[in-house]
Design a protein around this ligand. Sequence first.
Ligand SMILES: Nc1ncnc2c1ncn2[C@@H]1O[C@H](COP(=O)(O)OP(=O)(O)OP(=O)(O)O)[C@@H](O)[C@H]1O
Length: 617
Amino acid sequence: MQPRIHPAESFDVEDGKRQSGHPADGLGMPIVIKDLTYTVANNANRRERLNLLESVSACLWPGQMTALMGPSGSGKTTLLDVLAGRKTTGALKGDVLFCGRPPTQAFLQRYTGYVEQFDTLLDNLTVSEMLVYTAELKRPLGEPRAAKRAAVEKLVSDLALEQCRHTVIGNQMHRGISGGQAKRVNIGIALVTTPLVLFLDEPTSGLDSQTAKEVMVVVKRLTETGLTTCATVHSPTPRTFALFDSMLLLLRGRTAYFGRRGEAAIDFFSSLPPGMTDSASKVVAWGEAEWIVEITTTANRQDKAAWFAAHYAVSSLAASNAAAIDALEILASGGGMEHEVLLREAKSTATPFFWGVYTMLKHRTSRNFADPAFLGPRIGDKFLFCFIIFTLYFGDGGKQDPGNVLNVMQMLFMWTLLPAFSAVVYVPAIVLERPLFMRERSDGLYWPVTYLVAKLIEEFAIVLVLSVVFAAIVFAGVNLHGSFLLFWMIYLVTLWNGIVLAYGIASLSPNMDFANAAVPAYTIALLFFAGYLVRLQDIPKYWTWFPHLNFIKYAFSAQMLNEYGGANNHPFQGASILEFYDFPHDKWVNLGLESLFLIAFFVLALLGLTFLRHSKR
Ligand SMILES: Nc1ncnc2c1ncn2[C@@H]1O[C@H](COP(=O)(O)OP(=O)(O)OP(=O)(O)O)[C@@H](O)[C@H]1O
């Protein structure tokens, strides 16, 4: 006799009520997957369409843990991504229903947890800080701080992280917590808002069998409180596999088995025709999971995936599954389910913009400001150039001979250009952090604009302080003229422009190499059109549009007008300096026009962060 699928056991389908005493009482969300087909353009031949998932049907139940299994490349992560709404490409057919309704993206971001295969953590926070940071961004603003801390404390205890709670997470260069602890922190991040559904992509990969079991025991305990849990696993040990309630087995994107783990699965696989199965006696020696993996992997290698899918499709198990799935769908679509209202959620983040910025500054910026590896590259170049200019041009501004006038102009030109050149130092802040940003954004921690504003405030604050010091040293040391306030403001706005430009280019660039090449290429192009190497009036007609798009031109014009605007406007090449170069506008107007580029680069960076994902999933 084929086993009955668990939905019918958990729900009284006829009455439409939960059976009393079910662990899902009070919390949880059933998920129906019905005839799901997911198609993408083949990487190898873009004109060809590939079904990465084909007619997959199953349901995931609150309070139960479903193992998503299958050989490598069978579509497990693809299915998890589809369920969690994290696919950015491809076409979907069929239904994915949470509580009987298609979920909004905002619902998925706010009420489901997704533990990705690779860890994306902030390496300079401690375990506790990482969880508090996530809790503050993801839990409602109105919740008292003590309640948030208590939720984190509970997670630390549930996930057995007490030992390493104050250990810095670290990275490959500076070792911090272990792989198993990092995995548990990732699970903690997914659980910190008490989600209704938990997706885990290979939560046990890279862990020894004991740690893998410990991690899954924790997940099991949490699942029993009513969570709907689905985890991809490769070859779990018998003890780990025993924690799962059911199994969805995929072969080349098609269902090869969906049903209970244990006796039901063993019955199903041992009843296959000879040649397609293996002796059930091996289950004792190998364990159930290993035995099933062996049968299905062999079939996959022998190109029998289609046969398996067809065999399952006509089985009485598939028929009873289909009936149970239909019943659940009808029941759920009837309304009145506990968490149904959440499915109408329209806001992807629980906390407002200003809170996101504040929390990011509080947790991330405070750490960065105490980190020499972060501050070093941001201060070092400015210090070096300031030192060179101070020692090389000391007192030159007070000397009136033509040679010195030329030196001061060249110095002003370099001083104006350097912030744009050294902008490349800000590229890694966006490109290397992209996986973390993508994860946090998908988790509904913040909007791209929140992230961008917080990061810019962090960078702007550093150069605000530095620029006053270095501008004062250079202005006094070189003995410059004009307004110091303007001299400093032009320097500051140019530094800020360099930062936002680097962020803009980084957000548009697919990788570090591209961004590292694009920033200097663009800034060198600006250099030719800044009004010094070629006078603005001598630029050929077909290039005259470009200086208008050049913030360095406005900055350099403002610096020159500031320095030579008064009595200092010496005779130069048969005219005065300013007549010879003919810089347009007033010096303050030039500063104002330069400032407009901040807005333009900001919009560019925001568009890149919002709409370009670079890694297609
Ligand atoms: N655009 C594409 N063109 C061709 N093949 C693709 C494309 N996108 C994904 N695939 C293939 O789809 C299959 C499913 O990938 P997926 O990551 O879901 O497998 P998986 O079962 O999670 O594998 P693993 O266990 O190794 O993580 C893989 O064979 C992958 O190479």
